[in-house]
Design a protein around this ligand. Structure first.
Ligand code: ZN
Length: 424
C-alpha cells in the first residue's frame, strides 16, 4: 500500500507544476479583510460583498457554476449591532473590541446604571446575601471578577447569581484575559458585557450603556463552482472554506477574520486556479460556505440540499485557519479516517512540507462536520503556529504571516491528487 502511494506521488512530483501563488493569496486576504467587507457578517452587507467577490473570482477562473449563477440561497435569524455599542464606566469611555465586548446575544440596553461588585461575603454570608439579593436590583449591573468569580463556598448560590436569577439589570464580567467574540441567533435574556483586565477599578460606581441590538432573518448564500474531472467527471472532491466572519460590533469595530477564515478562502481560490491550469482526474467542487460562525449553517444547508449527489463525493477537504503552519497542520477527523490520514502523512513526508501533521477525532468545529455525519469522508485542516488572534479585532491581514502557506498548499494539492489517483 505504502509503496504504491510513494510511486504515485513521485510520479506527480515530477510532472505537476508548482502553481501556488502566495501574492494572490495575500491580495485575496487583504480584500476580504478590508473595511468595505465589514468583517463579512451582518452589518453593511459584509457577507454579501464577500460572496460577490468569490463569485467574481470563480467567474474570472471560468469555473462551471452550481446553483443560481454560483449561489445557493438560504436564510436564518441572527442578532447584529449595526448601530451604537457604547460603554462608559464612571466617566471613562471604553473602546469596543479592545477594552470590552458585549455578549453576542446582548439585548438592547440604554441608560445609566448603578453597579455592585460581587464579593465572597455577598454570596457566602447570609446577612450580606439577604441585604443585597432580596432587594430589587433592576437598576443595577452586577460586576463579577472573571478570574475570581467562580470560587465561592456556597457554589449553588453563586451559580444562581451568575445566571442572574437575582434579576439584576445585567452582568459585567471584568478582569477578562482575552476578549473573544462570536455570533448569536437569538438574544440572551439580559445584557452581558466582558471587560478586559484591570480596566474597571475596584470602586466603580456607575456605568452608562447604549447598545442597539437587532434580530432579523438574514438572507445569505453559499458560493459554489466546479472544474470537471478529465477521467472521472462524475466523482467529486470538495474543497471548502467558510467566508463569513463575525461582522461588526457597533459603528466602528470590525472583526476582520484574516486567519479565520480569509486565509482558507484564499487557499481555496488558489487551488481552484491550480486545477484550472492542471485539469484534475475527478471533478473538483469549490464551496465558499456562509454562516459557519453562527453554527455551521451553510454546510448544514448544503448537505441537506446538495447540488451534487452526496454519494459521489469521495473526499471533502475543509480549510479553516490557514495563516500559520510553523507548528504543523492538524486534521480533524484524522483518526476517523486512518487511511486518509496515512496518505496525508505520506504526502507530507515525501514533499517535506510541514514539521508535523497530526490527527484529531470527530469535532463539530467547522464545515466538514455535516459531511462526515452523513457518511462522506471529510477532513478539516487547520494550521498551527505562534498566533493568538482569534475571534478578536486583532486578527487582521497585517498580523498574519502565511509563513507556511506554500508548504501547506503543496501538501493539500499532493494529497488531493493522490486521492484522485487512488480512485482510478
Ligand atoms: Zn472559522
Amino acid at each position: 500500500m505504502k509503496a504504491s502511494i510513494v510511486s504515485i506521488l513521485l510520479g506527480f512530483g515530477m510532472f505537476v507544476a508548482q502553481a501556488q501563488n502566495i501574492s494572490y493569496a495575500k491580495q485575496v486576504i487583504a480584500k476580504l479583510c478590508s473595511q468595505d467587507f465589514a468583517g463579512r457578517g451582518y452589518v453593511n452587507e459584509g457577507d454579501k460583498k464577500a460572496a460577490n467577490f468569490i463569485r467574481e473570482e470563480f467567474t474570472q477562473l471560468k469555473l462551471a457554476p452550481l446553483g443560481e449563477r454560483y449561489f445557493q440561497y438560504f436564510g436564518f435569524p441572527v442578532v447584529s449591532y449595526p448601530q451604537r455599542v457604547f460603554f462608559n464606566a464612571d466617566g471613562n469611555d471604553l473602546i469596543p473590541g479592545e477594552d470590552f465586548i458585549i455578549n453576542p446575544g446582548c439585548p438592547t440596553v440604554s441608560g445609566t446604571f448603578k453597579v455592585i461588585r460581587l464579593d465572597s461575603a455577598m454570596v457566602d454570608n447570609n446577612n450580606e446575601y439577604n441585604k443585597w439579593f432580596k432587594k430589587n436590583l433592576k437598576s443595577y449591573f452586577l460586576i463579577v471578577d472573571a478570574l475570581k468569580g467562580k470560587k465561592f463556598v456556597n457554589q449553588e448560590r453563586a451559580d444562581a447569581i451568575l445566571k442572574n436569577q437575582v434579576n439584576a439589570k445585567g452582568l459585567i464580567f471584568d478582569n477578562q484575559e482575552r476578549l473573544v467574540w462570536s455570533v448569536a441567533m437569538d438574544f440572551e435574556p439580559f445584557p452581558i458585557i466582558y471587560v478586559k483586565k484591570e480596566l474597571l477599578g475596584r470602586l466603580i460606581l456607575k456605568v452608562k450603556l447604549n447598545i442597539d441590538a437587532t434580530r432579523t432573518v438574514h438572507g445569505t448564500q453559499n458560493v459554489l463552482g466546479f472544474i470537471k474531472g478529465s477521467v472521472q467527471p462524475d466523482s467529486f472532491i470538495v474543497v471548502s472554506a467558510h467566508y463569513d466572519h463575525l461582522g461588526m460590533m457597533g459603528l466602528e469595530t470590525i472583526f476582520p477574520g484574516a486567519n479565520d477564515n480569509a486565509s482558507g478562502i484564499a487557499m481555496m481560490l488558489d487551488l481552484a486556479k491550480h486545477y484550472k491550469e492542471n485539469p484534475p482526474l475527478m471533478s473538483v467542487v469549490f464551496i465558499g460556505f456562509a454562516a459557519e460562525e453562527v453554527g455551521l449553517i451553510g454546510s448544514l444547508f448544503f448537505t441537506e440540499n446538495p447540488l451534487i449527489p452526496l454519494k459521489k463525493i469521495s473526499l471533502v477537504v475543509n480549510l479553516d485557519l490557514m495563516a500559520t503552519g510553523d507548528k504543523g497542520l492538524t486534521a480533524v477527523n484524522g483518526t476517523v479516517y486512518p487511511e486518509l490520514f496515512n496518505l496525508l502523512q505520506n504526502c507530507n513526508a515525501i514533499g517535506n512540507y510541514l514539521p508535523e501533521v497530526s490527527a484529531r477525532g470527530k469535532a463539530m468545529n467547522s464545515d466538514h462536520y455535516h459531511f462526515s455525519e452523513k457518511g462522506i469522508p471529510a477532513l478539516f485542516f487547520y494550521l498551527r503556529g505562534e498566533y493568538h488572534q482569534y475571534h478578536d479585532v486583532g486578527d487582521t491581514h497585517k498580523a498574519i504571516t502565511l509563513s507556511k502557506y506554500n508548504e501547506a498548499f503543496g501538501l493539500i494539492r499532493d494529497f488531493v491528487n493522490a486521492r484522485m489517483k487512488l480512485y482510478n
